[in-house]
Design a protein around this ligand. Sequence first.
Ligand code: NI
Length: 191
Amino acid sequence: MSDLDPAPDTIRAASDIVPASILIAPHPSLRRKARPVRPEDAVKLRALLPGMWEAMYRAPGIGLAAPQVGLDLRFALVDLMENEVPAPITLINPEILRVSDQLATREEGCLSLPGMYAEVVRPESVRVRYQDLDGRRHELDATGLLATCLQHEIDHLDGILFVDHLSTLKRNMIMRRLAKDQRQKPGPGAG
Ligand code: NI
């Protein structure tokens, strides 16, 4: 996948970039299993990435997966912005190789479920394999917030949302509250 090199023209001033629109649950695109990124997707990916980063940073969020902007492709963006220092990672075809037996509980939210948060139990550490834009393979050992974030984003590629890790009762409560919030949201042009 060496033709996934980022083109120099993808580096532009943020003001030129139109942020991608983030889909809100229960949009059906959020429930599909996305297909692997292939070398021939390179041109499309190059064109899409700036708008996706822009949408994620503006939200603001620490992760955004392709299905959240309606793309049937296995890639996700992550930047924890720890100490407000950008550390963007583009994860192409990521897969979890190993998880710890040790579990951790962490509060999660999602740009596709705005305003909704819940404590989710997941493995505390993971090893993830992914490809970068140059087609190189990487393995990343992550723990803490990064481990949670990686699992959350990889879940998106399989049509799984963080609420799926909760009890049916809690999940239904959150989905009802989200639907109510979305109905009450002023539409475009409502000021
Ligand atoms: Ni999410």
